[in-house]
Design a protein around this ligand. Structure first.
Ligand SMILES: [Zn+2]
Length: 212
């Protein structure tokens, strides 16, 4: 069946349109690295390898807003590769959850899809229990302060068993990191000791970051 589908709908690179792969080696090689950065207060480490730009931006956008779920495979593998180069100690992987309303709209959580690929590559368990209990709307339209207030109490640990001691959070794109910090706070409140995070791309340009 897969072979038939591949014949009918051959993989085409989201960056350049070439046949053969969803995200071709040329476009992968052209990814723009995001400068190394201190993690925001509340996170023990944060690995965000690339800038949210060019073919990577297109790929993430298609995955999320045009429901091209299968793009999560090559994108998740990119993150797994980055983690091989810069390993982050953790007992388990937890994706940044979507609110139930958003999950119903999109049909899948892109962070869970990425996290599943990382779990496969690292052998770490994928753990659920973190819930987004508030629909925080479209963060992209908010300023830094508003984002923080909007997101601060949006997450809760919703199972009776305690969360893992060392967690690796997975997200697709981040701007200030407020969402990851809020997830980390919710986990620490119920016993997690160390919170690290990995995301594909950062949407804040390095120059902008320095001004703030
Ligand atoms: Zn390409």
């Amino acid at each position: 069946m897969d072979a038939l589908l591949a014949l009918l709908f051959p993989d085409r690179c989201v960056g350049c349109g070439h046949l053969g792969a969803l995200f071709c080696p040329t476009c992968r090689a052209a990814l723009r690295p995001y400068p190394l950065d201190d993690p925001p207060p509340g996170l023990d480490a944060m690995l965000v390898p690339w800038l949210y730009a060019g073919p990577l931006r297109q790929a993430i956008h298609r995955m999320k807003y045009r429901s091209q779920r299968r793009l999560a495979a090559p994108l998740g593998d990119l993150l797994a590769e980055a983690l091989r180069r810069q390993p982050q100690p953790a007992d388990a992987i937890i994706p940044v959850p979507l609110h139930a309303t958003r999950l119903a709209e999109r049909g899948f959580n892109q962070s869970s899809e990425l996290a599943a690929r990382i779990a496969r590559a690292t052998g770490l368990p994928l753990v659920s229990g973190l819930e987004r209990c508030r629909d925080t709307g479209h963060q992209a339209q908010l300023g830094r302060r508003e984002r923080h207030d909007n997101i601060a109490a949006a997450f809760v640990w919703n199972v009776y068993t305690p969360p893992p001691a060392r967690v690796l959070l997975v997200d697709d794109v981040l701007t200030t990191g407020a969402t990851l910090v809020a997830c980390g706070d919710a986990l620490r409140a119920v016993g997690t000791q160390e919170v690290r995070a990995v995301a594909l791309a950062r949407s804040l340009a390095p120059a902008q970051k320095m001004i703030q």
